[in-house]
Design a protein. Sequence first.
Length: 389
Amino acid sequence: MAYRKRHQLLWTLLRPLARLILKLKFNYTTGDHAPKGPFLLVCNHVTDWDPILVGAAFRTQMYFVTSEHVLRQGFVSRFIRWAQAPIARQKGGSAAGTVKAMLRTLRDGHNVGLFPEGNRCWDGVTGDFPASTAKLVRSSGAALVTFRLTGGYFSSPRWAGTSIRRGRMRGELAGVYTPEELRRMSAGEIRDLIAHDLYEDAYARQQEQPVPFRGRRLSEHLETLLFTCPKCGSLHRMRSRDDLFFCEECGFRVRYLPTGFLEGEELLFDNIRDWCARQDERLRALCEEAGNGPIFRDDAFDLYRVETARRLEKAGSGELRLFRDRLELPGGVTLPIPSISGMSLRGPSDLFIGTGEGDSYEVHTDEVRCTLKYLQACRLLGSPFEYGV
């Protein structure tokens, strides 16, 4: 088909330019691979640049699974669809249509790229992914390629929005597995293999091989991830300024270093990974101990209904509130916790929510807020959703 040839030609022409830009922007190095296809490539997810980072490493063109919001960005989205026709995955919605499109693409003899975590990591550690990913690999009849990105967490922290810090990044081919090898493996063995090949702990690597990642305002927007003070226990009182992160309630403060570690006089954790682990414990206690009042409430949110992959309709403004049995969205929309079938985040704050009835919403704020806590708490309270495909 003509458009397939166009996609392959553009891939060939643009890849050298992409490699140059990535080298200048991230100090990114990678190989030059061309495994036999069709193959399904899986990679850990650390930056918004990941499809380009992966694509720069492969001479063979592939179709990436991407969040549908990428296809709602005007001219840029129209160019992306024309140039590479990504496979859309609606954040917070069902993955059934995405899986069918992936299988159809593979069975037509074309390669597919997937980030099975479904979300960029927040703490530098590769996240979990659905068991259905391994079943998809096994049923596709395609080869499996595993690829691991390192250095990305400190180059572009999830909580830092669009901020870029230049240090050192690398893309590495972890494994190539033939269809014959995969047929001899169970879905559980394939899942373990993927988890092993994609696993990355950014702080453990940084402890062994320290690399400075230099940029401006290094701690800015860290409160979109860390909303608890480890010293006084206050909620929503942490603030960032330049490379400082401090509590407005008790005065506790730390400095975020170019290495990604923290320093301070009353230091309880020297890294964000361990702070997140302690915060997870606090969040679990908040959910378990909550009475009839809201666990969390934040104002200045706008609610949008996601009508299609390319259209949003504003449905209200106001507070976002979480109770033990329900999530109240701005504009008077109330969702029982068990009805929430999908949740995801775009950037540090935009929250996508899907229900078992097929409704999809986006909750947006221009304020610096932690909305990750709503997603994490809903999982603890019993929402039956997973990330990824």
